[in-house]
Ligand binder design. Structure first.
Ligand code: SF4
Length: 503
């Protein structure tokens, strides 16, 4: 049985034993991870909020060209789509040279639907969307309500398949099922893998009628030098171009998947010599599926953010194709150019302190990059922890020592307390979570944007350039609003409310 044979992806709590509650230091965390044991997740006695997996799932789904997203949920679910649309418009324009809005509708389930069931509404919504918009795909995204009342969404979609021209893609995102919102990546890959990667029908017919030895040879040749490069919202278009440039330098072709990939071309992901992840936290589920079902080996190590990390990422890819020498020449050339360009920035950053907050792998890789630029890393917060980044903690300890470390799905009150104590010169976090630091008067910069470069050698230089501009005149980024916490909270242990699991 393949990973994708079930109707839904398992939640990450069951699949990976992740953790969302840790407060302490890097060494403390490494000690817990030591001995090859899984880290047991604790609980918070008090939590300010969390994030529903719909948010990352919708950001990916809405990138699919010619798609309508059909929310089968209460009307408020997916309200993040309004703010996400701005990023989508920019990312779409960068790739296709014209601007388009994401298209979404909702069955807006009500109290009455909770009693009567939502299937009738979903059926007529699918038929209407297909008739009105004629999209290539209709992605049915389920929220909590259909999960609670037991709507047979997959059965209904099977039933309707022959009556609509669009391919219907079910993506199960019932928020109540998981606290680990990275489950969203698995849910989206699951839906795509089950419905959108079959070979094109005309391709099969052509193979039956016309023997084409030259075409077959060309196809095999192409396959041997193609790598799947996964971007499920960890890279901007500029980052995709940077990694494509580096892999092309090794004479490899690149197939970027699945962000902004034409759904009619998604089948190509089955015909590659290697799959490479850009963020191991995001991609393991689908990479394992491709290996298991289509025998495509994969690389799930290193995030190419940071100079040394990018080199290691290139080396791994090159080794698979026996191109180690070419990789070393490429790395030497690129790092020499970059080192020259970074001289004035490194002088300016030397000794300045930084706090990084992001998804686990990104936070750890970005800390490496800031260290390479001259910053002293004094604290890190990761949204969750799972097994993929474990070797990265050793690297963090080497550059930063035993610094404070927090694993938290949101919980800005813990972060505010840490920042008050640490008072860094720079806070690098996601745009939505930079507010806490900004309100404390700490200069901030966004750790990811769908329109800015962060990855590879270009990303290292561009980040240095942007942060320099931010720090040379920090007044622009400073705001002095008051956070809502009492002074007494700042005197408490920031991790006071975390109850560790008894192991
Ligand atoms: S947690 Fe449930 S109800 Fe809330 S936004 Fe997510 S899917 Fe909707």
């Amino acid at each position: 049985m393949s990973l994708l044979d079930t109707k839904q992806a398992p939640k990450r709590e069951d699949r990976l034993h992740p953790c969302i509650s840790y407060g302490g230091t890097v060494c403390g965390l490494r000690k817990k991870l030591g001995g090859g044991c899984m880290m047991q997740d604790g609980e918070r006695e008090f939590a300010q909020g969390s994030l529903c997996l719909l948010l990352p799932a919708l950001a990916i789904i809405n990138s699919m060209p010619n798609n309508v997203t059909l929310m089968h949920a209460a009307v408020g679910c997916g309200s993040c789509l309004h703010s996400q649309n701005g990023s989508h418009r920019g990312a779409y324009t960068a790739r296709f040279g014209k601007t388009e809005d994401a298209m979404w509708v909702s069955t807006a389930l009500s109290e009455t639907d909770v009693i009567n069931g939502g299937e009738t509404k979903l059926r007529s919504a699918i038929l209407e969307v297909d008739r009105l918009y004629r999209p290539k795909t209709i992605t049915v995204v389920t929220g909590c309500v259909p999960g609670i009342i037991g709507d047979d969404v997959d059965g209904l979609i099977d039933d309707l398949k022959e009556n609509v021209t669009a391919t219907i893609v079910p993506v199960h995102c019932e928020g109540f099922k998981t606290k680990i919102w990275a489950t969203a990546y698995d849910a989206v890959y699951h839906g795509i893998g089950r419905t959108l990667i079959d070979d094109p029908e005309e391709w099969d017919r052509k193979k039956e009628v016309l023997p084409d030895d030259a075409g077959d040879f060309q196809f095999e040749y192409m396959k041997k030098r193609t790598v799947n490069l996964f971007n499920i919202s960890s890279m901007s278009k500029i980052d995709e171009d940077e990694l494509t440039r580096l892999l092309n330098s090794l004479d490899l072709d690149v197939n970027i998947f699945p962000l902004y990939t034409d759904t009619e071309q998604m089948w190509r992901v089955k015909y590659a010599a290697l799959s490479i992840s850009t963020c191991p936290t995001h991609d393991d589920y689908f990479l394992k599926f491709l290996e298991e079902k289509y025998h495509i080996p994969y690389l799930l190590q290193h995030m190419p953010i940071g100079i040394a990390n990018t080199g290691d990422w290139i080396r791994l890819a090159a080794k698979h194709f026996g191109k180690e020498e070419a990789a070393e020449r490429l790395i030497a050339r690129e790092t020499a150019d970059l080192d020259r360009a970074l001289v004035p920035y490194r002088e300016f950053f030397a000794g300045k302190t930084a706090f990084v907050s992001a998804g686990e792998y990104r936070a750890l890789a970005t800390s490496q990059l800031l260290h390479e630029l001259g910053f002293k890393i004094i604290g890190v917060r990761a949204f969750h922890h799972d097994e993929f980044a474990e070797h990265e903690y050793e690297k963090l300890e080497q550059i930063a020592g035993d610094i404070p470390f927090n694993v938290a799905n949101m919980q800005p009150f813990e972060e505010a307390n840490m920042l008050k104590r640490l008072n860094p010169d720079l806070f690098l976090g996601h745009s939505q979570s930079n507010a806490t630091a900004a309100k404390m008067g700490i200069p901030t910069h966004t750790v990811f944007s769908s329109s800015l470069p962060y990855i590879g050698y270009r990303g290292a230089f561009e980040l240095a350039r942007r942060v320099y501009k931010q720090l040379i005149n920090p007044v622009f980024g400073k705001t002095y609003f008051k956070l809502p916490y009492k002074e007494s909270w700042y005197k408490e242990n920031p991790f006071k409310y975390i109850r560790e699991a008894v192991e």
